[in-house]
Structure formats: C-alpha cells, structure tokens
Ligand binder design. Structure first.
Ligand code: ZN
Length: 249
C-alpha cells in the first residue's frame, strides 16, 4: 500500500452537511482513544451517531479470560457510548485479535451500513503504522480497510444479494469515510466542547484501563486525551482537535 507522506499542512474542518454517522471499529475503546470528543460535538448538534464493533474486545485483558471479559467490555462500551450521546451500539461477534479482512467482514459491515443509512462513516486507522515505527494491530487494519470497501458494497445490490433478500435494501448514500487515528490526517474537529465528556467516556473502560496502567485512571484518561488533542491542534489553528483522514465518495 502506498502511504501519503506525512505533512504539517493545516487540517481542514470536517464537513458539516450531514445528519447520520455510523462508526465502525474493531474493539471497545477504539473510539474513546481520541475520537469521542468529535462524537460528543456531533450529537450535541442533533446528529445521530451509532456504533458498530467487530469484536467485544474479549482478548484485551491479560488477567481476564475471554468468556468473562467479553460481556464486561460490552457493558463498558455501552456506558462509554452513552456519555457522548450514542445509544445504539452493535457487536458483530468477530473473534478479538484474529479478525480477518475478507468478504465475510465486508458483508457484515455493508449490512450495518444498510441498516443505519449514514452519510458519514467513521472507522479506525487502516494503515500499517500509527506513524513512524509504531506498528498498528491486524484487527484495526482489517476493520478499517473492510469499512472503506463496505461503504461502496452497501450501495451495490449485486455484491451481497442475500442482504436485500433479508430486507436490507442498498444504501448508496455514504458520502465520506473518515479514518480516526490515521498517521496522515487531512481534516479535524474542534475538541474543546466535547473534551470533558471524552475523558469520562474513556474512563468508562475502567476494567481495561485499570489493567493497563497503575496511574490514577482519571489522570491517565485526561492526560492522554488532552495531549492528543493538543498535538492535533498544532495543525488546526492552535485549537485542541480530533483528526481524521477523510475519503470522499
Ligand atoms: Zn483496538
């Protein structure tokens, strides 16, 4: 895959002329590590946002077996979504850590896009790294790429004809796919109004965060998110911000 060269060019504001967004990511917490301040601002403005997660994140906590971990992380994700005004959260049930890019995943995501009929689709970094040599995880790469593909699949009645037989009619209304966490972002959203809720939203993943760090969970969440927003803000007029790599359709 050819990756655009990272630049320090200013980030453009995200498009605002849309009503419904669907965020499709791999794991509980993928949206909360950076993106949810933007989601809070969108739901504040009366836009509808729903979440679809490929897995329940059941392989994410070393000390907790998957059978116990999955339901717990599902509950934490629902609570986390509610903090930023999102009440529809769906889980596709792929196995955490071994999500495979392919037609099964594209089909599941295309079905979700047809159910929700969004104009904006948000996903997680599909590129090999987070920038430099920080290697990305295979689940993010698989889900990000499958989501970029499924935005088109959702509009084509012949690619997955069984979806229409189940009553899911083609939806060709996706206008953009916005990739959160991309090392080569192009657009941004002001994080200021949503930042405090983003901190509380990440904090809802308490079991995961407590297993991850000995730091006070609230301090950890606040420092991570304000640091990230400040870094993005250097390319967005000095305002704390959330960045996206935006693909138009
Ligand atoms: Zn993840």
């Amino acid at each position: 895959m050819t990756v655009p060269t990272p630049t320090n060019e200013p980030l453009a504001p995200m498009p605002e002329d849309w009503r419904r967004a669907l965020a499709v990511v791999a794991h509980p917490d993928d949206l909360e590590y950076g993106c949810s301040a933007a989601i809070a601002a969108w739901t504040d403005a009366g836009r509808e946002v729903a979440y679809v997660l490929a897995t329940r994140g059941e392989a994410g906590i070393d000390t907790l077996a998957p059978a116990e971990c999955g339901p717990l992380r599902e509950r934490e994700q629902r609570a986390s979504a509610a903090v930023v005004g999102v009440c529809e959260v769906e889980f596709l049930g792929h196995r955490d850590g071994v999500v495979e890019y392919g037609t099964a995943l594209r089909r599941d995501i295309a079905a979700a896009i047809r159910r929700h009929r969004p104009e904006l689709v948000v996903t997680i970094n599909h590129r090999d790294t987070w920038g430099g040599t920080a290697w990305n995880t295979p689940d993010h790469v698989a889900v990000g790429r499958a989501t970029l593909d499924a935005a088109a699949d959702a509009g084509n009645r012949w690619i997955f004809p069984d979806l229409a037989e189940q009553g899911l009619q083609p939806w060709d209304g996706v206008r953009w796919v916005a990739v959160a966490g991309s090392p080569v972002p192009t657009h941004a959203v002001d994080a200021t109004p949503g930042l405090e809720r983003a901190v509380r939203s990440l904090l809802e993943h308490r079991t995961y965060i407590t297993a991850l760090t000995d730091e006070d969970p609230e301090t950890y969440c606040r420092e991570f998110l304000t640091g990230y927003a400040r870094t993005v803000g250097a390319r967005f007029g000095g305002r704390p911000a959330v960045s996206f790599e935006l693909f138009g359709r």
